[in-house]
Design a protein around this ligand. Sequence first.
Ligand code: ATP
Ligand code: MG
Ligand code: MG
Ligand code: MG
Length: 481
Amino acid sequence: MNSAEIRQKFLDFFASKQHQIVPSAPIVVKDDPTLMFINSGMAPFKDYFLGNKPAPSKRIADTQKCLRVSGKHNDLEEVGYDTYHHTMFEMLGNWSFGDYFKKEALEWSWELLTEVYKLPKDRLYVSVFQGDDSENLPMDQNAFNIWKSMIAEDRILMGSKKDNFWEMGDTGPCGPCSEIHVDLRTEEERAQVDGKSLVNNDHPQVVEIWNNVFMEFNRLADGSLVKLPAQHVDTGMGFERLCMAIQGKRSNYDTDVFQPLIQYVAKEAGVKYGENEKTDIAIRVISDHIRAIAFTIADGQLPSNNKAGYVIRRILRRAVRYGFTFLDFKKPFLFKLAEVLADQMAHVFPELKQQLGFVQRVIEEEENAFLRTLENGLKRLDALEESFKQNNNTIDGKTAFELYDTFGFPLDLTALIAREKGFTVDEAGFGVEMEQQKNRSRNASATEQTDWIILQPDVVNEFIGYDCDTSASHIVRYRQV
Ligand code: ATP
Ligand code: MG
Ligand code: MG
Ligand code: MG
């Protein structure tokens, strides 16, 4: 089954269970001061759970573009090194807004995985929140009991609050969740740890694929839980991981979601994928990062020097540096990949194709700008290597800041290079330098104008109105009190 069919079968399955299929929301968030990018399928539906807006339908399903590189979910460090964390990925999801609950949700997950996708039952594990097996719960609301009728009891693992209780924030809707994990180990690998039940983190080939969240409580400011007036279901399944499981691969990168990109990069570099760990990691990083870069630019987020724009610039520079160092890409190359991706994804995400010319121009310009200074920055690092060794194998804050300020190295890029050489970075020292520079520029220009303001959680912000009345731009103003 190819990835396009796998995605379609998910949507068709939930359509057959009376779900309204909706398109993915943009990956870039513009109207939520707490979130820069969509990081899960439920994020665009927050208002429905909070009761701020009525849901258009009680049952919804979709595939949602997600990005996990900042804030609560940051998987950047894993990307390229493990086989199943990406920066940008698709989250397949189905939702009930005050309609069906645990029984239907879990039974449908099982039906879809084992009957439609035909994943072997003895390769699946599920986890349940301890407490979600309580005798006091009605039978159809006891997750443990529901699972017991479908899967062998020793494949049901009880989980703690940390892993199996989902909360939107310190307060707000929350509830227990039940995850499904797939065991992709070979027989040999299984024999080595025989008998032991595994979930992800225990073995790199045992991977979480689907999370079913049951929102039934509201957490109040005093920490107590009250039942919500209606019960909701929120599920999220990693599309690329699902493809790996169904296609019998050991890595997301071996599926047809990533292979066109992987093969294109390998060919450009004149290497073969799968023969050298260093070049393989670089190829995976690039194939991953181009998706984050292209999807966010196509949704309107330009790389820049602050906030969401800087997140994109950081990812782009990370990709350029991997190509430069490990694949000998000395000229812009990422922009070409945007076309490979657009061709591959146009049938689901037409925006990539519609915006292709623009996306490529922006990427190529960024690549050119960074390539102009990258080599000099790397030389500077090499020249200082002895002094880092004498400084306790640490790159000092001043140098890290110089790399940032003069050569355009995001701090995490310097940290990455440091890690490869066995050094660490004095991040606190970097912070001090950064603060000093901010003070200098603050003094130079008394007011900074941006069209978005991140609210500080610990100060009260009082809305004082719109700053200007031209229809093209309105600047929201807050005063801190
Ligand atoms: P993990 O424990 O593997 O980091 P998670 O528990 O953080 O995953 P959830 O927040 O439960 O993930 O998201 C729902 C599903 O989305 C996961 O079960 C997984 O299949 C997928 N997913 C999560 N993070 C990523 C990622 N960085 N790349 C690809 N898929 C992901
Ligand atoms: Mg995670
Ligand atoms: Mg998890
Ligand atoms: Mg999870």
